[in-house]
Design a protein around this ligand. Structure first.
Ligand SMILES: Cc1ncc(COP(=O)(O)O)c(C=O)c1O
Length: 368
């Protein structure tokens, strides 16, 4: 017992330090994403918190993209502020805005591609370049990419080795779990020099997951690529159809040429030999024409039969959520049309059935 060592995963010591089941899941996640060190945490939001708490201290500043997953902003305005850590939002579509906000206090820059809910795709390469020039740590919420759409640790595989983000976080709750029935998150890095700080902080905060939950995610991982593919394909079909509808002012989906940041998505995910059409996950959002009232938009969402009301994504069931843009963004959104923001997450139903469902609720509820 005295000789056991949990840090290198060579032996079993105590549940909070990991078990053979959690070690296996960590290793498989590293294999998928090309990382070297991984810790599991009880949710995607816990993964975001874990990175902040492991690498920040009083008087540090973080930069969050304005389109970041909302609860990340709430955490910064709550616990981080209470601990004397400040936060600024930057415009992820404008790398100069990021550069201008970097100061001697900046310790960590968060990234998300595409942005939460509005799905505009930033130039990850340009944003990371600005951070690397100033030697600032970068962390990407890669839940959307799932380690499938692109290689976060090596964004330019033909050029320099391992040119990418320093840290990724995932809500394993989404694609890796796939069932919409497990909450879990991961933090991963390919940098040995960050791994120790991460593992010790994770252990001290007691952020481990239950082995039964880890086992459920392990079972689902083997079908993740197929599920991702199926939802990607439905999202493209539904996006194309919505683009033809007069009731919809704008369709936000990175693979649509007219969607903000499409060229950045294409540069990152489409490779002639491996993935000519790229990957774009199963999410899409729309701006419903501003002439409709929010009551009509709510009636449209309520009137859907296959799409259920719900926040999550990556599960078997299609979901819809209406948002109020002004409550989730601080900066002006010049790339978005005026209107009512609604997000759809594809499940595993047939795309034609999803389109028919949208059609019947539009016909009933969205009449000008
Ligand atoms: C992009 C993104 N990151 C993180 C999370 C948080 O995941 P969890 O619900 O497991 O805390 C979510 C959840 O919706 C998300 O959409």
């Amino acid at each position: 017992m005295r000789e056991r060592e949990w840090m290198d995963k060579s032996s079993y010591t105590y549940g909070l330090h990991g078990t053979p089941t959690t070690f296996t899941l960590e290793e498989r996640l590293c294999e998928i994403e090309g990382g070297k060190h991984c810790v599991l945490v009880p949710s995607g939001l816990a993964a975001i918190a874990q990175v902040n708490f492991a690498f920040l201290k009083t008087d540090d500043e973080i930069l969050l993209p304005d389109h970041v997953y909302g609860p990340s902003k709430v955490l910064a305005a709550g616990e981080l502020k209470n601990f004397g850590i400040t936060c600024q939002y930057y415009d992820a579509l404008n790398p100069d805005d990021l550069s201008q906000r970097i100061s001697s206090k900046t310790k960590l820059v968060w990234l998300e591609a595409p942005g939460s809910v509005t799905l505009e795709f930033p130039s990850l390469m340009e944003l990371i370049k600005r951070c690397k020039q100033k030697n600032i740590l970068t962390a990407l919420d890669n839940t959307w990419g799932a380690g499938i759409a692109f290689n976060a640790f090596d964004l330019t595989p033909d050029a320099e080795k391992n040119w990418g983000v320093d840290i990724t976080v995932h809500a394993l709750t989404k694609y890796p779990s796939g069932g919409g029935d497990v909450l879990m998150g991961s933090v991963m890095t390919h940098r040995d020099d960050l791994a120790q700080t991460l593992k010790l902080s994770h252990m001290r905060m007691g952020q481990m997951v239950g082995a039964n939950d880890a086992e459920m995610v392990l079972r689902s991982l083997s079908t993740m690529r197929m599920r991702y593919l199926a939802q990607d394909s439905s999202a493209r079909a539904v996006s194309q159809w919505l683009s033809t509808r007069a009731e919809i002012a704008q369709v936000l989906h990175p693979a649509l040429p007219q969607s903000p940041g499409h060229a950045h998505w294409k540069a990152l995910t489409c490779h002639p030999s491996s993935s000519p059409t790229g990957w774009a996950a199963g999410l899409l959002s729309v701006m419903i024409d501003a002439r409709f009232t929010s009551q009509q938009v709510d009636a449209f969402c309520d009137g859907l039969n296959i799409f259920k009301l719900g926040y999550s994504w990556g599960g078997p069931m299609s979901l819809v959520v209406p948002y109020r843009l002004q409550t989730i963004r601080s900066q002006e959104q010049t790339h978005l049309q005026k209107g009512h923001l609604v997000r759809f997450a594809m499940g595993l139903e047939d795309a034609d059935d999803l389109i028919n469902d949208l059609q019947q609720s539009i016909a009933k509820n969205l009449k000008l």
